[in-house]
Design a binder for this molecule. Structure first.
Ligand code: SF4
Length: 921
């Protein structure tokens, strides 16, 4: 049978189309109803693209078919593809389908083209294909028969995944970096090399690069790093600006610069741009390394386990496709690397996460794949690198865990750090230094100590199994392991959530969680009760009975913390003693275990401190509250939470104090022209360091490139009116719209009302939290199709980098007020005490508006409208937009006219608000 002999189905918001198998009714494509499509899919395997998305369009979750995305992942592992008909056509060099009804024919042609690749002697991914196919045949994968006709058994046994992967090599420790001062002239020279001789001279960029050089000056006193806060408007060219100084310093000093980002989009851009500043290889090593948290990388041991029966059914098929990818992957990064983001969502479960080392169960040198491990390779490469590209969370983790480590691990400590997207450092620190004593967190800890409960298959094992050799050698260590294991029985186990709602908790921690749930349900007045949202209440006036329960929980946690601390000390003593069996690999494994035990002991200490303060006077440094997490009314976690009132305090101690130079940079670092909040949010004040300040305006001509439209006649809370406004605005712009929402519920309601209508007009609409597609892929789809629009929430506000025509309209459903949570109230109160409660809120809103506006104009040639649907938009917030941007308050009808006319249509211009008005109260 050939692929073209199979019927093909396509479904969009605009309808369904089916093309019959060629041969019977050659070449006929017809529109069909959803019911008929579902029946046809049940009768025979149909070719389709992205089966979960087709299922969602048909409203029939159990739909199955021959998914071309799965075939693509098998034939072209580790190759990028936008998972749309157009993206498929581009990837295979086929003509784009002109309309929805041309898609089924494309699916048949594409399937034939993909299968024909197997006959191509130059097929780059042939090695391993036959072996993988044998396993996939046993799993009854739908594509097996068609592939088996084309993939012949190799004459010699082929190298399979674990044999193909290269081993990493140990390198000697690097000496400390040389103390050097960068001269302005040499930085300017390096910048000129990077931008190229034909490039226009950008004065702002040159000043910026020179300013960046100051952070690399030798430090004058301990705990007194150079701190630079640099605001650089969009288009300044800040990436190459700081890379000029960073590459010069790294090369001449022999040290490592860490560049930290908040979004994956910027990380990708940095990867590209760093190629201009650094060679591919220097002295046999890559000078630039992208480094992510462990939980991003494939764990080969987990994959082996999954391939050998740990995963069953569809998940086992996914594991085989992941193994195909791993053999060809550049770096084993599963989240944002070269694994297609869409692969995991095809299998409708959290299988991808289960293949990473989420829980810190790595056995290091005890692992048969240790020398090929992607995580170990990345860690070693970064210790030798000149530039490490990482994210804010990882930089903070590495800095915080660096105290007390020795040898090569000390090289993981970032000392020269550029925080790009610096406006997110505060929230990254807030998450990093938080404590959450919840059901989900405590059951994870239990599994880490004890191992998974009974019936679970697979290799996951508890602490005792991971440290069996230590236990057999060291009596005290064995005793500590046994005590920790027994104490962990007090933590919540499988089924804890059900026991919670049945009022039958087991053990001291579940009892605490149940009491917490009762209190939250009794006290929450946030209005989330009926809406099905999460609920919370402050940790105050908790009552004697609750305090008693918390006391028992505290004892139980202490009973676990103590043996873990003892075990950590025993491992340290073992390392110092160095018994005969402790060779290099065993030493590495014990060092790894010591680190993992250390940070779990710290986690427990944080929980214990949280419980210890309940009932007593509050600690002014912290905000504590109780929360019940729910989505759509379904409870999924409950517990106690603690945040620093100002997370920059621990940030200053853990990250800034040990550093020598830190730069925080962004297009939206300061608030208008005011530096105060940026300085306060840098943490510099905790070290008595006065940061250096730098600002460069954007070179863009916002007066002619953009317009802000404040639509005053869409009533707040009126969903039909909101949906109609979105639909009309998207139609007026002809697509290319990014719709931003502050509540998922409203996003879904609007999407549900307008998607079909837009599709009938040839305007595709995608939505985060609705379509079964990961966010990164949604942005890829949006970027790829200038007529597509995308609805989303926070993550899209500044995670979207779509220059050009694909993004020409941003619509915010309302003013993005901060959620009035307990944490927000506490911080607002603290700001009021300093005279600025309202200013605190305004700062948050302006920052959000500025970030959202920043999506619109990415290059000198971009043009577009920024629309806020708000009848009461305070003028004092208008300083969020770049100076010179025209602002109009107008009706929806007038806004539609302006949007359909494009930004250059000036003849109907309304008198827009002057700067003086913008800066008014
Ligand atoms: S060394 Fe650790 S993370 Fe790497 S493959 Fe082995 S168990 Fe997984």
């Amino acid at each position: 049978m050939s692929a073209a002999a199979l019927p093909a189905l396509h479904a969009s918001h605009g309808g369904c189309w089916m093309r019959d198998a060629q041969g019977r009714m050659a070449g006929s494509t017809r529109p069909i109803g959803k019911g008929e499509a579902i029946t046809a899919a049940a009768d025979a395997p149909l070719l389709m693209l992205n089966a979960p998305l087709v299922a969602s369009r048909l409203g029939y979750p159990d739909l199955a078919g021959l998914d071309l995305l799965e075939l693509f992942a098998f034939i072209h592992p580790a190759r990028f593809m936008v998972p749309t008909p157009k993206g498929l056509a581009h990837a295979l060099d086929l003509p784009e389908p002109a309309s929805d009804d041309a898609v089924p024919a494309l699916l048949q042609t594409a399937a034939a083209a993909l299968l024909a690749t197997c006959d191509d002697p130059l097929w780059g991914a042939r090695e391993g294909a036959w072996s993988a196919l044998q396993s996939l045949a046993r799993l009854h994968w739908g594509w097996t028969d068609l592939l088996a006709q084309r993939i012949r058994r190799p004459e010699r046994a082929e190298r399979w995944l674990f044999a193909r992967l290269p081993e990493w090599e140990d390198a000697p420790e690097r000496p400390q970096p040389a103390q050097i001062v960068l001269e302005d002239g040499e930085i300017a020279g390096r910048l000129a090399e990077l931008t190229g001789s034909g490039a226009e001279t950008r004065a702002g960029q040159q000043d910026y690069a020179r300013a960046a050089g100051a952070m690399f000056a030798p430090r004058r006193a301990v705990h007194q790093p150079h701190i630079l806060l640099a605001q650089a408007g969009t288009g300044t060219g800040k990436t190459l600006g700081y890379l000029a100084a960073a590459s010069l310093w790294a090369q001449r000093s022999g040290g490592t610069v860490w560049v930290s980002t908040f979004t994956k989009a910027l990380q990708r851009q940095l990867r590209r741009e760093s190629r201009r500043a650094f060679p591919e290889v220097r002295d046999g090593k890559p000078p630039v390394v992208v480094r992510k948290g462990r939980e991003n990388y494939l764990c080969l041991l987990n994959l082996e386990d999954a391939l050998q029966g740990g995963f069953t059914g569809r998940a086992a098929i996914m594991a085989q496709l992941v193994a195909r990818w791993a053999a060809y992957s550049q770096d084993g990064d599963m989240i944002g690397g070269d694994l297609p983001g869409w692969l995991g969502t095809l299998f409708r479960r959290r299988g991808i996460a289960a293949l990473t080392d989420q829980r810190g169960e790595c056995v290091y040198a005890g692992c048969p794949h240790y020398r090929k491990c992607f995580i170990e390779r990345a860690a070693r490469a970064s210790a030798q690198a000149e530039l490490v590209i990482a994210n804010h969370a990882l930089v903070m983790v590495n800095a915080a865990r660096a105290s007390g480590i020795r040898g090569s691990d000390a090289a993981q400590r970032p000392t020269r750090i550029v925080f790009d997207e610096g406006h997110h450092v505060f929230e990254a620190a807030d998450a990093m230094f938080a404590a959450a004593l919840t059901g989900a967190e405590t059951i994870e800890l239990r599994r880490w100590v004890i191992g998974p409960e009974s019936k679970s298959r697979g290799r996951r094992r508890g602490l005792a199994a991971r440290l069996a050799d230590v236990a057999s050698y060291d009596e005290e260590g064995a005793r500590a392991i046994g005590q920790a294991r027994n104490a962990a029985e007090a933590l919540p186990g499988d089924g804890w959530l059900a026991r919670m709602s049945e009022g039958a908790p087991y053990g001291p921690i579940e009892t605490l969680l149940a009491a917490t749930r009762t209190l939250v349900l009794a006290r929450d007045e946030s209005g989330g009760q009926d809406a099905g949202y999460g609920l919370e209440t402050e940790a105050a006036e908790l009552g004697g009975a609750y305090i008693e329960i918390a006391g028992h929980a505290q004892e139980a946690l202490e009973a676990l913390r103590q043996p873990l601390v003892r075990l950590g000390l025993r491992l340290e003593a073992l390392m110092a003693d160095g018994p005969d069996w402790l060779d290099g690999p065993a030493r590495a494994r014990i060092e790894g275990a010591r680190g993992a035990i250390g940070w779990r002991a710290d986690l427990l200490a944080g929980w214990i401190a949280l419980l210890a303060r309940l009932g007593g006077p509050g600690d002014p440094d912290f905000v504590d509250w109780l929360a019940l997490d729910r989505s759509d009314g379904r409870e999924w976690d409950v517990g106690l939470h603690r945040r620093y009132l100002d997370p920059m305090k621990p940030f200053a101690a853990a990250v800034l104090a040990p550093a020598h130079g830190v730069m925080m940079t962004s297009a939206t670092l300061r608030d208008g022209h005011d530096w105060d909040s940026a300085i306060a949010r840098s943490g510099a004040g905790y070290l008595d360091v006065t940061p250096q300040l730098f600002a460069a305006d954007s070179p863009f001509d916002y007066a002619s490139q953009a317009e802000v439209l404040i639509v005053t006649d869409v009533p707040k809370g009126d969903i039909p009116a909101l949906a109609a406004a979105y639909a009309q605005l998207i139609e007026a712009a002809g697509g290319g719209a990014l719709g931003l929402f502050t509540a998922i519920r409203r996003l879904r309601a609007v999407n549900g009302r307008i998607a079909d209508r837009l599709a009938r007009g040839g305007l595709a609409l995608f939505a985060q939290h609705v379509d079964p597609i990961d966010t990164g892929t949604l942005v890829d789809i949006f970027r790829d199709d200038p007529r597509a629009s995308l609805l989303g929430t926070d993550a899209l506000r500044d995670g979207v980098d779509v220059p050009g025509h694909s993004l020409r309209l941003v619509v915010m459903e309302q003013v993005p007020w901060p959620k009035p949570s307990i944490l927000h109230r506490a911080r607002r109160l603290a700001a009021s005490a300093r005279g600025g409660g309202q200013a605190h809120d305004d700062h948050i809103i302006r920052a959000r508006l500025a970030q959202a506006f920043g999506r619109l104009i990415r290059t000198r040639t971009d043009r577009g409208h920024f629309v806020v649907l708000s009848s009461a938009f305070p003028s004092r917030l208008l300083s969020a937009f770049p100076a010179g941007t025209p602002v109009h308050r107008l009706t929806l009808d007038a806004a539609l006219q302006r949007v359909s006319g494009g930004v250059s249509a000036r003849e109907t211009a309304l008198p827009h608000e002057s700067r003086a008005e913008k800066e008014g109260p």
